[in-house]
Design a binder for this molecule. Sequence first.
Ligand SMILES: [Zn+2]
Length: 101
Amino acid sequence: MRAPKQTWWHWVAWLLAFAISAYAFRLAFEYSLSAHDPLAHDVQRVIERHQVSYVGDLSSQTFHRKDCPLAAQIPRRFRVMFYSRRAALEMKFNPCHHCRP
Ligand SMILES: [Zn+2]
């Protein structure tokens, strides 16, 4: 019995399978990162317990007061905490225009 001839849609199917599995691996990897991030589980409790006053965004290099509505929208993987305004400025973060920390 002969092997079936490979046609163009076989290659498309392989490519699709590769893309889907790569996407699934990426999702699993990002989930594993967030699952082991101690800050990700209960950010509000961490902020209160450790007296964090300012929240920074690594992607835009800006920092906010912890009660700023824009601070709540920062994705977990870009979120950093600061104890003081000076610490944030020393890390070259710019103050937010909305909450003016
Ligand atoms: Zn802000």
